[in-house]
Design a protein around this ligand. Structure first.
Ligand code: SF4
Length: 293
């Protein structure tokens, strides 16, 4: 298999076949992220892609799900993506889902008819790190889109019947702003239908802009207990039926729930975590983290 630079996949894609389509990130401007800072965005050749598909076929001829690498392969235009996704079924006849990371910015360059065609070719399962639905937080994070963009672009995905997942990041709004971020994000996400929401908690790494802002006192990080309270408010105010996972490394304590059925249970579970562990214990866990997820 050909892999260039950093290969990163979400925890829930662990059972998917991973294949390189792109490397790096077209944006590279999120203030909390340094994942692809050292890499330029790149696209693999169709020839290499086919060699890798052949290798997957030899090992997993019945593969049903493929995950395309890179921070946002969905940034590629419809015309550029098309030959790659069309080739997948030449090798993996049973492949049902061609999943990948996508940004809200990447949906803007596609019309609904193009999204529908991509869906018909097997594109399904977009992981979107929206991080927030609160405009102040989105601007602070440098995401390059607004809450209105999230609404408008995800509705296009829904019209095309493309399944998508959100990532929400607690702590991103900074000290004393978690409540506002949670309320506004839950309100926005409740107008949409993400298949599930995955939760990360902000970890400041020294090679990020947000870290520098924190050093300069421009950004004051939220405490660990405030992040958990933010998560409670977020869950309390989500009005859609879906799974929620707060079980990546960046979460001090792994939580998973099906909402709204397990809402009260999970809120009380978070309360118990706050009562059991001190701020210092949680901070020392975070200090040991090596990456965002
Ligand atoms: S968070 Fe994602 S979109 Fe933002 S810079 Fe990092 S990899 Fe790129």
């Amino acid at each position: 298999m050909h892999f260039t630079g950093r290969t990163w996949r979400p925890p829930y894609e662990a059972d998917s076949c991973i294949i390189e389509l792109t490397s790096g990130c077209t944006w590279n401007k999120c203030n909390f992220c340094s994942l692809y800072k050292q890499e330029a965005f790149g696209l693999t050749t169709l020839e290499k892609f086919e060699v890798d598909l052949q290798e997957i076929k030899s090992l997993q001829p019945n593969a049903r799900r493929l995950f395309l690498t890179g921070a946002n392969p969905f940034a590629l235009s419809y015309e550029t993506l098309k030959p790659y996704v069309l080739t997948v079924r030449d090798y993996l006849i049973k492949c049902q889902h061609i999943a990948m990371f996508a940004s809200i910015r990447d949906i803007k360059n596609k019309d609904v008819w193009q999204l529908k065609k991509l869906r018909a070719m097997g594109v399904n399962g977009l992981s979107i790190g929206v991080e927030s639905g609160d405009d102040t937080t989105l601007a602070l994070a440098g995401k390059g889109y607004t809450s209105y963009d999230i609404l408008e672009q995800c509705r296009k995905l829904e019209e095309a019947n493309i399944e998508y997942y959100f990532v929400y990041m607690t702590g991103l709004a900074g000290k004393n702003n978690g409540y506002r971020n949670a309320i506004n994000s839950a309100r926005l996400f409740s107008q949409l239908n993400p298949y599930f929401i995955s939760i990360d908690a902000l970890t400041l790494f020294s090679d990020t802009k947000l870290y520098t802002m924190a050093q300069e006192g421009i950004f004051i990080p939220a405490g660990e207990h405030e992040r958990l309270k933010e998560l409670q408010v977020f869950i309390q105010n989500l009005k859609i039926r879906m799974h929620l996972f707060a079980n990546s490394n960046s979460n001090f304590y792994p939580i998973a729930a099906y909402l709204p059925k397990e809402r009260e249970y999970v809120i009380s579970e978070i309360e118990q975590i706050m009562e059991t562990f001190t701020e210092e214990e949680m901070l020392s866990y975070r200090d040991g983290l090596k990456s965002l997820g």
